[in-house]
Write a protein that binds this ligand. Sequence first.
Ligand code: SF4
Length: 436
Amino acid sequence: MTNHAATGPRFHLQPELPVCQTDLPLDWYQDEFKPYAEEYMALPDRLPATLFRWLDRYVKPAQAHFGDSLLLLAHFYMGGEIVKLVERYGGAVADSYQLALAARNAPEKKVIVESAVHFMAEAIAILAHPDQAVWITNPKAGCTMEMLAKDHMVLPVADQLLERYGDALTTVAYMNTGGRLKALAGRTGGAVCTSSNAHQVVAWCRKQGKKVFFVPDEHLGRNTAHKLGIPLERVVALPDPRRGQIVLSQVGLERLDRAEMILWGSSCGVHTIFSPAMVRYWQERGYRVLVHPESPLETVLAADGSGSTNYLWNEFEKTPRGGKLAIGTEGHFVKNARSESATRGVEVVHLAEIPGSTLGGCGCATMSRNDPPHLAGMLDLLRQGHAPEINRVLAGDVMNERTMGRERLSERERLELVSEARTALERMISVVEGRA
Ligand code: SF4
């Protein structure tokens, strides 16, 4: 994780360039946040100096009030400049796994404010110490991959699979899941995984002779199977959950019986768009192509490298002057890399920006629902002691990002969930550290 206090800023705001952030309609804000949004929209411009003058009015008093107990966090994919703002105020910018560890590794931080999607805030809450409170600046910021793998969709299918395969089946839950699915992984002998260690976690399950139920990303599951040499006929992807209830007999019991991996049929709309034709386009022009493994298998195979968000950023930082990179991942991430690239003498393009494509620069729209007014409002309301309870995130919360409805577990259920989900997270750590 990068904390600029320790390493120097990773992102730079340029004084003459307006801060990039598409405005949200006013009615998208919770009532408590509307006054901040109105002020923001009335600013004469979005130049950093103007924006900071305004943000300082809210962020600085909150920092003075909470002192060292306040921790600001943002994900690499955050819309436009939030990463720069969070970093400017001493916060940390990281990928989802590193964010989850951030609170746990800093027990002195008691108020944790996250600008990213809900499952990430929940993962922070799962690992947090009991006296740490986790807040999300916008509870409507959901991950579309996770939104197609809610517990009420996945658990009935898991029950059918467990009924048929019993202990021979284990669940691997990608970080991009709610806590209830991480808990499923924990109680079925499985583990959580990230995009950088999915192959290690699945290999560990296979060593125990287990059939793997991989949730929720079909592409990462298939890419992992390929990396491990599992024949693709032994990999079964379940139907798109939007098509209705999934019944195993309709999927094909023989195929499922032969399968080494059964993949939940969700995917990330941002990464699914990348195609081998895009890869070839940039390679023919001398670019090295890097993609995230949430992209389809054929795209990953055509690219020069694939890996997690952190891998992509590190590869960018390692690229020597004069290098040319085409990166296939979330648009704001590429935009941030591109704005840093000028000072490094590296050329960066977004993989989808090819002639005739309308997909160039595609960003994670839901994550971008955290914007400067949400950050200002969250901190100001917390300082005043009036933060809306819906912005508080507890382990096991299931958010309906459309209606803002939330299902919350009882205290007893939550403790059970935390224990199972932590088991799954700790198994991942043991596998990666070679202890399992
Ligand atoms: S980029 Fe895709 S996987 Fe990541 S948070 Fe956004 S929708 Fe989810």
